[in-house]
Unconditional design. Sequence first.
Length: 315
Amino acid sequence: MNQKQFFIGLLWLLLISIISCVPPKSKDNKLIIHKAKDFNISYDLADANAKYRLPGKLVEISGLSILNDTTIACVQDELGELYTFNLNKSVITSRTPFGKEGDYEGVACTDSLIYTLRSSGKIYEVQHFKEDSQFTVKHRTELRKFNNPQGMAYDAINNRLLVACNGLIGDEKSANNIRSIYSFNLETNKLDSIPVISFTIDDIYQFLDVGGIEKTSEQLAEFFSPGVNNVLAFQTSGFAIHPISGDYYLVSSKDNFFMILSPKGKFRYIRQLDSKLFRKPEGITFLPNGDLFISNEGVNEIADITRFDYVKDIE
């Protein structure tokens, strides 16, 4: 290979990399939105009802969970610290260490405990939060770094945590195409090795193209070229369970997509998020009344939490 061929090849690789990181839009600049025929979403994701700016200490916010009706528990990407954010006052009200520095990606609150998720697959159980007797118990799981566990939610009906990740346990190659949700039993403190739900990137493409929804073939063909793998990556960055419908809500910060699944894994809704409102969606949670919150990591800007009021069957 001569020098000219080398630089041409390098430019092609750079171009592919840039394209794969930019959320696709149609020629008329409309976002890609698809829903199953029997489903109506309850949020206007193009228009937030409120936006809460976060302090610099939470610029890398990576997970959030409702602690009570007025308070959100937050964790950021680098520190073993829990933060509480008061919705009425729009301020951080506490900052509480629970573990060593590390890559923490999720938080889930039960009635009496707080759990945090590390990207290595470990789950940290914080007991007696904010009391003098507070301490942390670490639970190892079979999930590994290649599984990239990023989202975690408390399933109160089944008394378990659900952890969203890439691939299958023990199969590193599967992380390229398979997305899974695993169950962590809160009575045994063990992760079930069989996923609750698994789907592939190919399944997403099939739903977007011919899944009994609005026709979108031309839109997809413009951006998702045949033979190009992982243009749509959908690597879960946040995961929550809807308190009313029980549906599973997921966000992917890598390509700015939003997904709703039924508890049995049926695709209900997929939407590309507007990058002006969602710079890097990393966390998602709900109030008991259904109001939705999505956090955006700040990168080089101020991080924030956006709020969307629950309105049944808005679209």
